[in-house]
Write a protein that binds this ligand. Structure first.
Ligand SMILES: Cc1cc2nc3c(=O)[nH]c(=O)nc-3n(C[C@H](O)[C@H](O)[C@H](O)COP(=O)(O)OP(=O)(O)OC[C@H]3O[C@@H](n4cnc5c(N)ncnc54)[C@H](O)[C@@H]3O)c2cc1C
Length: 408
C-alpha cells in the first residue's frame, strides 16, 4: 500500500476480518482494488458462534474460496439439520436441503477466507473514527497504543453487531434498536440423548427468547438469548434444569462461558443500515440475520455485494450508496423473507422444510405445535414488531421487494 505523510492509502478499507469482510475483500481484490482488511484482534481471532453454516453459505465458500480444509471445522464436522422442541414435548426434526452442512470453527474459517481474499491484512488494528471528505474517507485506528491514519476511496464497515463504523456515522443508532445478549456455556457430558448431528432449538417462552444446544467436540453447548438486563447465569440454570427434567440431559458443571450483545431485529422489520456517503455497512453490522440467528450466509452474500457495489460505483462514476442500495435488494429479500409470515406460510424461504417435517405428525399434534409457536412468539410482543412485520410483508407482495424508506 502506498503511504504519504504517514497516511496509509488504499482504494478500499474494510473494518472487520469476519466472513462479510472476507467476501467483500475478495470482490475488491479480484477487481484490482488496493484493499486493506483492518481487524482489532490478533488473527486468527476467536468468534463466539455455533458455526453451523447454511447450505447456501457453504456453496458461497466453495465457489469463492475453494474446498474447505479439515482444519477450519469443529467436531462433529457437519450438522444434518435442526430439531425444534416444544413445551408440549413434541419435536420437529428437519434435515437441511442437499444434505449435511459444515460445522465451522470460526477462529480458523474466517482467517482462511480472509487470507484467500487477496487483501492486505492489518490485524491488532482497532478502527476508532472516520471522516468522509467527499472524494475520499480519512480513517483513524489504534495499533499498540499508536494512532495510525488511513485514507481510502471507500470504507466498508464489516465489523459485526456492535459496529463502531455504524456508531461513527449514526451515533444515535444503537439507542434506536433493542439489544439482546446471547450466552453459551460448555459442559462435559454425563448423558445426552439429544442427537449430536442436529442443532436443537426450544420454542419455550419460559426458557427465554432464544434457547439452543448442540454438540462440539466431546462437550455440549447450552445457550440462551435474552433481553439486555436479564441474568445470564439464572437463565442458563433454568435451561439446564429443564433439559435434565424433560430430556434426560445430564451435564457436568460449566467449563467455559461466553456472551455477547446481538442486534437481533433489523432483518425482521426491514430496518437495515447500509451507511452514508462513501461508507458502506454490511454483514451483521447492517442487520443481516436469518432465522435461527444464522448470520454467516447473509454476511458472506451482503459482504460480496458491498464489494461489488464499490467496484461498480468506481467503474461508472456513480454514488456508491445508490449502487449498493440497488444491488442489496436481492439479499434483503432472501433474509427478510425468512421472517415474513406470508412467505413462511405460502413459500419456502428456509433451507430446511418445516411444513414437510410437520406432515410427519398427526393433525392433532400439528395444531398443538402451532399453538406452542404462537405462545412463544408472544414473548416478543413488547418489542411491537408485529404490525411492522405484517406491513413489510404486504409491501413485499405488492412491489416484489421490501420498502427502502425504513433503511438507514
Ligand atoms: C452465540 C452465537 C451463535 C451463532 N451461531 C451461528 C450459526 O450457527 N450459524 C450462523 O450462520 N451464524 C451464527 N451466528 C451469527 C454469526 O456469528 C454472525 O452473524 C456472523 O459472524 C456475522 O459475520 P460478520 O462478518 O458480519 O461479523 P463478525 O463475524 O462479527 O466480524 C466482525 C469483525 O469485526 C471486528 N471488529 C469489531 N470492531 C472493530 C474495530 N473497531 N476495529 C477493527 N475490527 C473490529 C471484530 O473483531 C470481528 O472480527 C451466531 C452468533 C452468536 C453470537
Amino acid at each position: 500500500m502506498s503511504s504519504t505523510n504517514n497516511i496509509i492509502n488504499a482504494d478500499a478499507i474494510i473494518v472487520g476480518a469476519g466472513l462479510s469482510g472476507a467476501a467483500c475483500a475478495k470482490r475488491l481484490a479480484d477487481a484490482g482494488f488496493k484493499t486493506i482488511i483492518m481487524e482489532k484482534k490478533s488473527l486468527p481471532r476467536h468468534k463466539i458462534c455455533s458455526g453451523i453454516l447454511s447450505p447456501r453459505g457453504h456453496r458461497f465458500l466453495i465457489e469463492n474460496f475453494g474446498p474447505l480444509p479439515r482444519g477450519i471445522l469443529h467436531k462433529p464436522t457437519f450438522c444434518k439439520g435442526v430439531n425444534f422442541h416444544f413445551p408440549s414435548m413434541l419435536s420437529v426434526s428437519m434435515a437441511f436441503h442437499h444434505g449435511a452442512t459444515p460445522h465451522l470453527h470460526r477462529k480458523y474459517s474466517d482467517f482462511w477466507a480472509v487470507k484467500r481474499s487477496g487483501a492486505e491484512i492489518h490485524d491488532n488494528t482497532k478502527f476508532t473514527e472516520l471522516k468522509d471528505q467527499g472524494r475520499y474517507v480519512d480513517l483513524s485506528a489504534q495499533k499498540n497504543g499508536e494512532k495510525i491514519r488511513y485514507r481510502a476511496r471507500y470504507v466498508i464497515g464489516a465489523d459485526g453487531p456492535n459496529s463502531p463504523v455504524t456508531r461513527s456515522i449514526y451515533p444515535s443508532y444503537p439507542k434506536q434498536i433493542p439489544w439482546f445478549i446471547v450466552g453459551q456455556k460448555f459442559h462435559e457430558i454425563i448423558e445426552c440423548p439429544l442427537d449430536d448431528e442436529y442443532f436443537h432449538f426450544w420454542f419455550h417462552p419460559d426458557l427465554g427468547h432464544y434457547t439452543w444446544s448442540h454438540a462440539r467436540g466431546d462437550k455440549q453447548i447450552v445457550g440462551v438469548g435474552f433481553r439486555r438486563g436479564d441474568n445470564f447465569n439464572k437463565r442458563h440454570q433454568g435451561v439446564m434444569d429443564y433439559l435434565e427434567e424433560k430430556h434426560g440431559v445430564r451435564l457436568k458443571p460449566t467449563e467455559e462461558s461466553e456472551a455477547c450483545p446481538e442486534n437481533f431485529g433489523p432483518s425482521l422489520i426491514n430496518r437495515y443500515i447500509f451507511g452514508k456517503g462513501n461508507v458502506l455497512v454490511t454483514g451483521q453490522a447492517a442487520g443481516f440475520l436469518n432465522m435461527m440467528a444464522e448470520g454467516m450466509s447473509c454476511a458472506l452474500h451482503s459482504g460480496a455485494i458491498a464489494g461489488e457495489a464499490a467496484v461498480e460505483s468506481f467503474r461508472y462514476n456513480m454514488p456508491v450508496q445508490q449502487v449498493y442500495r440497488t444491488m442489496i435488494h436481492s439479499e434483503v429479500r432472501r433474509c427478510s423473507d425468512q421472517w415474513n409470515p406470508l412467505k413462511i406460510i405460502f413459500g419456502h424461504p428456509h433451507e430446511a422444510d418445516f411444513w414437510a417435517a410437520m406432515k410427519e405428525h398427526p393433525v392433532r399434534d400439528r395444531i398443538i405445535i402451532l399453538k406452542d409457536i404462537c405462545n412463544f412468539i408472544k414473548i416478543y410482543a413488547p418489542l411491537k414488531w408485529g404490525r411492522q412485520i405484517v406491513w413489510q410483508a404486504i409491501c413485499r407482495e405488492l412491489r416484489n421487494k421490501y420498502l427502502t424508506s425504513t433503511w438507514y
